[in-house]
Design a protein around this ligand. Structure first.
Ligand code: AMP
Ligand code: ZN
Length: 495
């Protein structure tokens, strides 16, 4: 391993050296999507940020168990304890089964993950698949005396928890401020304190998604699923928990309170990581603000902010060019620059593949420079997964690759070992760590038209050798040229 990986831990507010609890195994949990609508590019940025974390840890040799859930129940409109379930509401609006809504948008989500080359997690549990465990955990918290039943719902007692633990330590909020900033209860309320949050909610008669429980028919609170599924698959204490910055409070704060109580006081997560937001004109991209973009609008360039379409890998490059903890503003100009940057890296890759090593006189200084450049790929990623730094190093290495290619520098000026290392590390960081892929954006039909034009000219010039050569070359590709009376066309070779 080159250098030490450091992770900015939201819990401590510091960059810390990464030391897994049970190395070489690493447990990582990331809050997944609520599958009631299409994922927008903001969501994709967060999943891409953690994709790179997963990829880099795996490249470092860790055996990562990566759990990313699907929220298919319990996330209420407005993110608090009141209102309809997001999925239930969509099901009513579209006259569908809630599970039809869930399936449709889960499929859509998976599709987008593939398009952006975001790897599948090791386990993708659903909230509805873990109702029994959520009931059990609610009971355990009740048994600890840190929750209470009210009208068939169960609420977590935040103030009582705070007497022994620090509610607000992740998000830096102070409970006294939180109390003074929340509305007072109106006497009708089921909660003892407005800060309390639901572990289990009693379902009113209109509520579609409901399960039997010791407290009557109802459904789990939104925060509970993540406590239950993370600890079920990763243990009561695990290494990394991630999600978007907007989930820090209350979602993750509540998760800590629940998990800690359920385990009898153990700190559930060693490193909390939060990915920053994708913004549009400085404002968070979000469905409810109406400024969200769907991937297709971007690929087709059909959005009013864009003057052309951009490919998935251009978008991936655009996102990774900024460190995950900074906000990233969406703009046509930035995407245009990213398109060039991405192509530069792909050219570097193609050029590297054309180089063959020949022995020469080794220049120790160059040898050192190149090895340092290669080390810096790790130093960038080791610095809290700073993809921006690593991309800058990749550009420097691309310059070196081009020097070899253009003959400005003898390849033999570096040792075979260093050349092999260059080859291996460059590909590793571009393809495996950053997850960039070659994209075939050339248009098959336009290329074929060019060739057929050349064929036509050769025929007119009676250059039959060339005519035959073009015919033979296309036949080899499974394409037959058709000489028609008035034109030249082509078809697949079916003979
Ligand atoms: P949701 O489906 O709303 O639960 O969100 C899924 C993930 O996307 C969560 O981790 C959110 O924090 C994240 N997210 C939502 N909006 C944005 C945004 N504009 N930029 C980056 N991440 C976002
Ligand atoms: Zn979550």
């Amino acid at each position: 391993m080159i250098g030490k990986l450091k992770i900015y831990n939201t819990l401590s507010g510091e960059k810390e050296v990464f030391e897994p609890l049970n190395g070489p195994h690493v447990g990582m949990y990331v809050c997944g999507p609520t599958v009631y609508s299409d994922v927008h590019l903001g969501n994709i940025r967060t999943f891409m940020s953690f994709d790179v974390v997963y990829r880099y840890l795996s490249q470092l040799g860790y055996k990562v168990r990566y759990v990313r859930n699907i929220t298919d129940v319990g996330h209420l409109v407005g993110d608090a304890d009141e209102g309809e379930d997001k999925i239930g509401r969509k099901a009513k609006l579209e006259n569908l089964e809630p599970m039809e809504v869930v399936q449709r948008y889960t499929n859509g989500f998976h599709n987008e993950m593939k398009v952006f080359n975001i790897l599948e997690p090791s386990i993708e549990p659903t909230a509805t698949g873990h109702i029994v465990e959520q009931i059990e955990t609610t009971q355990r918290i009740l048994d600890q005396g840190l929750a209470y039943v009210s009208n068939g719902s169960v609420y977590f007692d935040v103030e009582k928890y705070n007497n022994e633990h620090n509610y607000g330590k992740l998000s830096g909020r102070v409970i006294e401020d939180l109390i003074s900033n929340t509305r007072t209860l109106d006497g009708q309320d089921e909660k003892r304190n407005p800060l309390d949050f639901a572990l289990w909610k009693n379902a009113n008669p209109e509520h579609i998604m409901r399960w039997p429980s010791p407290w009557g028919e109802g459904f789990p609170g939104w925060h509970l699923e993540c406590s239950v599924m993370s600890t079920k698959y990763l243990g009561e204490q695990f290494d990394i928990h991630g999600g978007g910055m907007d989930l820090k409070f209350p979602h993750h704060e509540c998760e800590i309170a629940q998990s800690k109580t359920a385990s009898g006081g153990k700190e559930p997560v060693k490193y909390w990581m939060h990915a920053n937001m994708l913004t549009v004109n400085g404002q968070k991209m979000s469905k409810s603000l109406g400024n969200s973009f769907l991937p297709n609008e971007l690929f087709q360039g059909s959005h009013e902010l864009l003057d052309q379409g951009y490919s998935p890998m251009t978008v991936r490059f655009f996102m990774l060019q900024t460190h995950y903890s900074s906000t990233l503003d969406f703009s046509n100009d930035a995407l245009k620059a990213a398109e060039k940057g991405y192509k530069k890296l792909m050219n570097g890759l193609a050029t590297l593949n054309k180089l063959t090593y020949t022995e020469g006189e080794v220049d120790q200084k160059l040898e050192e420079i190149i090895n340092k450049q290669l080390d810096s790929l790790y130093f960038g990623m080791n610095d809290d997964f700073n993809t921006a730094k690593t991309i800058a190093s990749l550009f420097n290495i691309t310059k070196q690759i081009n020097k070899f290619y253009l003959g400005q520098q003898e390849i033999g000026a570096v040792s075979k070992d260093t050349f092999d290392r260059l080859n291996q590390e460059f590909k590793r960081f571009v393809l495996d760590v950053l997850g960039l892929q070659e994209e075939n954006t050339t248009d098959f039909n336009s290329l074929l038209t060019l060739i057929l034009d050349e064929y036509k000219v050769s025929k007119q010039e009676k250059n039959y050798d060339k005519v035959d050569a073009i015919r033979a070359a296309l036949k080899e590709q499974g394409i037959l040229i058709k000489d028609m009376k008035d034109r030249i066309d082509w078809g697949w070779d079916d003979q």
